[in-house]
Design a protein around this ligand. Sequence first.
Ligand code: AMP
Length: 543
Amino acid sequence: MHGLMQDQPLLISSLIDFAERHHGDGEIVSRRVEGDIHRYTWADVAGRAKQAARALDTLALARGARVATLAWNGYRHLELYFAVSGSGRVLHTLNPRLHPDQVVWIANHAEDEVLCFDMTFLPIVQAIHSRCPGIKRYVALCDSAKLPTDSGVPNLVAYEDWIGSQPKSYTWPKLDENTASSMCYTSGTTGNPKAALYSHRSTLLHAYAAALPDVMCISARDAVLPVVPMFHVNAWGIPYSAALTGCKLVFPGPALDGKSVYELLEAEGVTYSAGVPTVWQMLLGHMKAGNLKFSTLKRTVIGGSACPPAMIASFRDDFGVEVLHAWGMTEMSPLGTLCTLKNKHTALPEAEQMKLRLKQGRAIFGVDMKIVGDNGEELPWDGKTYGDLLVKGPWVIGSYFKGEGGDPLVDGWFPTGDVATIDPEGFMQITDRSKDVIKSGGEWISSIDIENIAMAHPAVAMAACIGMKHPKWDERPIVVVVKRPGAEVDADTLKGFYDGKIAKWQIPDDVVFVDAIPLGATGKMLKTRLRELLKDYQLPTTV
Ligand code: AMP
């Protein structure tokens, strides 16, 4: 027997309709690329998102067409989140930190047809447009006064002109809830990047779950500043959970230095924030140097890479802010676990509580997880045994866009590539990652890309790239090189060889020359062994 409740699809357009109707005067504050502070309301977001949806309709874009963005966290980007997905197109958030060659590859693979960009990223657009023949419209997120006449970018229009003449009324299409809504590419650990393609249903369920008290705990009484970029896994879903709760949103734009973030947190009464450890390191450094305190910030989610214990302690002891350690990935929309204590833990001594808070946390309802051994056998939840972490759930990837990489699932479970323990209370802790990519400042660096470039140098016989702990960026890459017999090259020349081939921040900090790189039985480089050999190595202090 079927239930007799209304059958309504879970759609992203319903989020903005809700925010407009029930929190119409709720504030959205943005530090703009233009430098000033912009403020308006959820009702304004809704009206302008409808104008943008109409503007997309004028381009005769089919349902499912990809509309890309290269943009900071800001109000126009937020409007596109609702306009693009709500009108049945797919929002493709491109990562502006990638090298233009990578952006070209990804935009062409995604078959992007429109590219909306902040003026900061005009140089990227100028570098790529001739190699992206599928993009038929470029939209600069500014008004026409800010649009240069000689940019060289074809079919370029200012966003304010583009949407300005459109009416603020629009009937959102009633889509199937499984319709694709947005996409985000992961860095390719083996080969090219692959895209996670989210649906309206997965996004809505994730937004519900993310707002729960034991997850991000976002409410209508919060003012939320997502530092985590809207170009990385939809800013961890915060824009959607924000519309669902009607909280105030505060966007930092391009100014992510400690001083700018601190001033915005204070000026806007921010209660809640989210970001990778690197950003918080800059913020805490600024605050400690100036002996500053928070007057409103209560909680912050930290994830993307392991949060250092000292950071959790400093937030709590020096600044009275609770850190919520979170784990997830692009393939998981992204939230998988979040570390909040159970009632019985609140009576534990502080040191015991701290041990729990360092873990990546408990599974969120909607995500099931397990750890398995080499033969796929499930391992015990004893907090000691570690194994490959597998997950499943309605916002976990089923397959990659265009089927890249084949079927990623193992008996219906997605292997995360992370290695973890799970304790008897269900607290998961990442002990390592099985992939060898390097994470610097919250962004992946593909070790294979770095190695491939080094190997292209005539004096290099073999190259292995590994990450080294760095106090500011978490990890920085170094490349370990075996020279060809009789060939000569020095470290500076080899570092110079990377110029223009990858983004500057991806260039290895050092080149270490060795006689041989340890190889495994199948001829693969043994990076674990290499790390052991280099355990006393120190990164150059100039970086
Ligand atoms: P991405 O898809 O770029 O968001 O990266 C996902 C990966 O980041 C995960 O598979 C983990 O390896 C790593 N990661 C995310 N959050 C954490 C965390 N809290 N602690 C340790 N590693 C993390």
